[in-house]
Design a protein around this ligand. Structure first.
Ligand code: ADP
Ligand code: MG
Length: 583
């Protein structure tokens, strides 16, 4: 994947620039910390030079010096407090704002975007994006920023003491930082390999736990253990390699630091010999050198983290810079549905350009008509429904509702006028009350219960100890398929939209649920333009019209009896398979 660091910075900046005062205070704080810190050693120099005079009468002078040191340390303290408090505010604010942006933009993406991305990985990308910001800010501000300013100030000061010292430390710093940067870049690959292997191990572990039944039933524990051991062996090699490389970097760093200490003190002694340096200068240099060591020790780590976090953020940035698939035109009006006449006019559409599902497809559904779509799998029935809901935009042609082209109206108003009961409904991990009310948040409790009764859901709901307040589990797994479908029907009743779409469950429900669901669906269809993707003969036979869809075309249509008369038709064949199966 190409690096999107520049785009990531742009997005962060668009959010961050609203907090100019905070940014300013953070900069002041960072500069303040380093500024005060580099001045302090001069007072230590003064302190030691004064003590070296061995004159007790100078004690008050010494007290003045340590008072000055105290004030300077308070300056450091204050700068750091300002920086940390403002950073805490800024980062917390930014994380929420970034999460909000991700949420808002993500849900603006089209249906096909979500069918091409895994839920878990999307959620992870959002979190990483916001968390990366925190780490990048911390590292650049507190570690890299502070270190950079400190190093520059120390080198400038050393130049003013003597150019040889300044030049010596400058060259050393360049070598050190260059090495740290290059080595970090080289090591990143091995760190990534290690992290990737870490995920493999976690993945295999999780997969086997999910499949624990299979492990037992197939006596596969030993087999799986062998497989797992292979992944942990690999982890061992990769982890060891990454850590060895880390230790090697530290060895070089340590060596360079000892060399600097020797070089600085060597130069100092030479100057002292010539009467240029006092004992205070040794104190000054020593505290500079130690200050440099403590700041530069982790610089490789900081650089690596910044790079890694930018790499993490890349994935979400890519999503944030991808334009939304299905867009409302500017200043769109609301769709007004009165009769609910539906018209597909010369519609052409394909999920991919090479493979068209529909080529000039035509279908008209009259107001209040109940239409069954049937046909072998892959013919395009579900696609018709998705296009009507405008989950995808069509390549050419028009889809009209009451003469209005749905592409020219706003998506929300379109979807408000359609109620859909999916084949395998998914529910929020919220209470049943909230799940049913989801279709119309202002519905009263009584309305919800009335809808649940019509949908034959009330009886099973009140059997739960918590009744309507029962939480249904993630995606609704605590309910059976038939129960979830009845909840979805209750939702559709609450929504009370002029157009109704039903996707019949293919999985065999027990016959009692089936009877209830049939009955609930029948009530729901009253006075509504209805499209049913039908699998059951009992449903199909009740419809006003049956449309057989094959290969993206209307193959046959008419009432049950008419279609049966047309000998050797597709409908007749399908009917024989089903009727034969039941007989
Ligand atoms: P049906 O509902 O009649 O079984 P579909 O409308 O689901 O048929 O599918 C029609 C065609 O479109 C099939 O060839 C199917 O493979 C293809 N298809 C459906 N959904 C997608 C998708 N999200 N991406 C690509 N191809 C798809
Ligand atoms: Mg389908």
């Amino acid at each position: 994947m190409r690096s999107l660091t520049r785009e990531t910075i742009k997005i962060y900046w668009q959010h961050g620039k609203k907090y100019k005062l905070a940014l300013f205070l953070m900069a002041i704080g960072t500069v303040g910390v380093s500024g005060f810190e580099v001045v302090i050693p001069f007072w230590y120099k003064k302190l030691f030079d004064t003590i070296a005079l061995n004159d007790f009468a100078l004690a008050p002078e010494l007290l003045k010096i340590i008072t000055a040191v105290w004030f300077l340390w308070m300056g450091v303290w204050l700068s750091r407090r300002i920086r940390d408090f403002v950073t805490a505010y800024f980062e917390a604010r930014m994380i929420s704002n970034l999460l909000n942006t991700c949420f808002d933009y993500l849900h603006g993406h089209s249906y096909s975007f979500f069918s091409n991305n895994f839920v878990g990985s999307l959620v992870r990308k959002v979190n990483r994006f916001a968390r990366s910001f925190e780490e990048i800010t911390d590292q650049t501000l507190i570690h890299l920023g502070n270190t950079g300013i400190h190093v520059v100030l120390v080198i400038i000061i050393l130049f003013t003491r003597h150019w040889i010292l300044g030049a010596g430390v400058l060259i050393w710093a360049i070598v050190y930082i260059f090495f740290g940067y290059k080595y970090t870049m080289f090591k990143i690959r091995y760190d990534r390999e290690k992290a990737a292997q870490d995920s493999v191990v976690t993945g295999v572990m999780a997969d086997t736990v999910t499949n624990q039944m299979n492990l037992k039933m197939f006596g596969a524990r030993d087999r799986e253990f062998e497989n797992f051991k292979k992944t942990t062996d690999d982890l061992y090699y990769k982890q060891k390699k990454a850590w060895y490389l880390g230790s090697f970097a530290e060895a070089i760093q340590g060596f360079l630091m000892v060399a600097l200490e020797f070089m600085v003190l060597y130069i100092a002694i030479k100057f002292w010999q010539r009467g240029l340096f006092t004992i205070g200068d040794f104190a000054l240099l020593q505290s500079f050198v130690i200050g440099l060591f403590s700041r530069l020790w982790n610089i490789g780590n900081s650089i690596r983290r910044v790079f890694e976090r930018f790499a993490d953020a890349d994935e979400m940035t890519e999503i944030l810079i991808t334009p939304h698939g299905v867009k409302d035109l500017p200043r769109t009006k609301n769709l007004l549905v009165t009769n609910a006449r539906i018209n597909f006019k010369d519609v052409s559409f394909g999920y991919h350009d090479e493979l068209m599902v529909f080529d000039k497809f035509n279908l008209e559904i009259k107001p209040g008509e109940r239409t069954a779509l049937i046909g072998t799998s892959g013919g395009g029935k579900s696609t018709i429904v998705k296009l009507l809901l405008r989950f995808h935009d069509i390549n050419s042609g028009q889809i009209l509702i009451d003469g209005q082209n749905i592409a020219n109206f706003n998506q929300n108003s379109l979807r408000r006028s359609i109620a859909m009961v999916p084949q395998d409904p998914i529910l929020f991990h919220r209470s049943l009350m909230e799940n049913i009310r989801y279709a119309r948040p202002e519905a009263t409790k009584e309305e919800v219960i009335r809808a649940a009764k019509l949908a034959h859901a009330h009886k099973f709901i009140i059997k739960f100890p918590q009744g309507y307040e029962t939480f249904v589990g993630e995606r609704g797994i605590k309910l059976s398929g038939g129960e979830r479908q009845r909840v979805a029907i209750a939702r559709a009743i609450i929504k009370n939209a002029p157009i109704l779409i039903l996707d019949e469950a293919t999985s065999s429900l027990d016959s009692e649920s089936e009877k209830f669901i049939q009955d609930a669906m029948k009530k729901l269809m009253n006075n509504r333009t209805t499209i049913v993707i039908a699998h059951r003969l009992s449903t199909i036979m009740q419809m006003d019209r049956i449309v057989v869809i094959e290969d993206g075309k209307v193959k046959e249509q008419g009432k049950h009896k008419e279609l049966l008369k047309a000998h050797k038709g597709t409908y007749q064949r399908l009917w024989e398979i089903q009727a034969g199966g039941f007989a």
